[in-house]
Ligand binder design. Sequence first.
Ligand SMILES: Nc1ncnc2c1ncn2[C@@H]1O[C@H](COP(=O)(O)O)[C@@H](OP(=O)(O)O)[C@H]1O
Ligand SMILES: [Mg+2]
Length: 340
Amino acid sequence: MPAYLEKERAVAIEAVERAARVCTAVFQRLVTDETLTKKDKSPVTVADFGAQAVVNAILERHFPDDPVVGEEDSRDLQGDGGRALREKVVELVGSALDRPMAADEVLRAIDRGQHAGGPAGRHWTLDPIDGTKGFLRGEQFAVCLALVVDGKVRLGVVGCPNLPYDMSRPAEGRGVLAVAVEGQGAFQRRLGASDAAEQRIRASGVADPRDAAVCESVEAGHSSHSDSAQIAQLLGISKQPVRMDSQCKYVAVARGDADIYLRLPVSSSYAEKIWDHAAGNIIVREAGGCVADVSGRPLDFSLGRTLSQNAGVIATSAGVFDATMAAVQQTLAGKAPSAS
Ligand SMILES: Nc1ncnc2c1ncn2[C@@H]1O[C@H](COP(=O)(O)O)[C@@H](OP(=O)(O)O)[C@H]1O
Ligand SMILES: [Mg+2]
C-alpha cells in the first residue's frame, strides 16, 4: 500500500525543484548591480509569476481537483500594459516545463492560486518566492509549497537554493530541499539533484536556553529586532542572532542550525499569510520541534488565506520551548504593538 500522501509528496518535490530552477535562472539573467542599485523589482516579479505558473501547472496535471492558495494573481500580466512582463514569464515557463505554454494558459495557471482556503477538504498553499528581499540580494529565499487537508498542514516542501547543504561544511555546496509529511518525520535532500538521497533531519537537543542560537528576519519591519534582543537577554543568550530571509529559518531550526526562530509582531494590524508558514511549520514539527504564536497557540491554517487568529511565530527545538515562551510573554506583556 502506498504511504500516506506518497504521490503528493513526489509531485510537490518535482514542482518545487522546477520552480527553484526558474528562480535561479532569473537571478542569473536579470539581477545585476544596476537592478539592485535602482531597487528594480522586475526580476523578482518575473520569477514570482513564472514559479507560481510552473507549480500550479504541475499540480493541475496531477491533482486537477485541488485548489491552490497562492500569493500571486495575473492582473499585472494582462492587457497591453502587461505584455512585456507576460512575454518574459511565458518564455520562462515554457523552458521550465520543457513544453511551450500559450499565454492564456500561463495566466490561467497563475490564477489557479486564488482559492480562499478554509477548514474543509484539500488545498495547496504556495509562496513561489518567499523572502523576495533576500532573492534580490542574492541571499536566502525559498520556494514553499504545502498541502492543507481539513484545516491542517499535512505535507510541506521548502526549496532553498542558496542555503548550504551542510552548515558546518559550506564549501560542499548550496541548495537544500526540506520535506515533511505528517507522521513521517522531516528530511532534506540536495536541491537540483534528481536522484538525491534523503537524509532525516532533527531539531537540536539543546536543553539550556543559554546555549541556544536565535534566528530572525533580516527585515526589522517583519519581526521586531528590539524585542528579540530583550528575549535573548532574558534567556541568557550571548550569541548574536542569525538574520536570514524566508522560510529557510524554519529549515534552520528543523536541522539544528538554530534552536529558536522568533517572529515578533511589529504591528497588531498585520495578519501572517498561510503561504509564509505552512510548509515550514510542518517541517519543524516533524523534525521534533515546536511551533506556536507569541501567545503559545498553535498556528491555525483553517481560517482562509491568513492566520487571522495568531500573532507572530515562535519555532524552537523542544528542549527550549517553554523557556522561550516564558521570555516572549514577559517581553510582550504590557507592550501593545502599534496598529500602524
Ligand atoms: N509587517 C509584516 N510582518 C510580518 N511579515 C510580513 C510583513 N510584511 C510582509 N511580511 C511577509 O514577510 C515575508 C518574508 O518573511 P521574512 O522576513 O521571514 O523573510 C514576506 O514574504 P515574501 O517575501 O514572499 O513577500 C511577506 O509576506
Ligand atoms: Mg512570503
